[in-house]
Unconditional design. Sequence first.
Length: 202
Amino acid sequence: MARTRAPDHDTQREQILELAANAFAQTSYPSTSMAELAAASGTSKARLYHYYESKEAILFDLLDRYTKRLMLIIAEVEGSSQRRALSESETFAELVRAFLIEYETSHSRHVALLNDVKYLVESQREIILDRQRDIVAAFARQLARAYPGRVTRDNQTALTMMVFGMINWTFTWLKPGGRLGYREFADQVVQVLEHGLVPEGE
């Protein structure tokens, strides 16, 4: 007879992932042991293995869930924009805002996505990399729709990666509760995309 799951099984797994993401961000994935993750979770190493068979399994579940969440955000923005009849440039602005709002609350998971994909086995690594490519492609498509006069086949990739360059590394300097919040920074990114850095009033 199959072993039944405890009612809080999924909640416990989510808590483990959050603690693991924080540990990986603070001390690096290679330097974090299952024993340390168990201690951070307030449980035994044996009990931690009840939820995840290895540290690698934790990393993959962490990145799998996070990249699925980013793909869902793209779908939600596109659906909402259609219902609200937003323009293409307004839709792209909403996409930038939605990602930065997510980054604000997913700091450690985002660090893991940027730094730790290389530690996955090849089959799992390709799943995450394919999803990252889909995210980049979605941004590229929407960027081209938003600024058709400026985005061409020759510069589309470069401009898309420029946008990611502005938003992907905010965790290194943009701190929650600081003088400039994530939402305010998102508005600044949109303003730069639409108008460039020009003196006020021009």
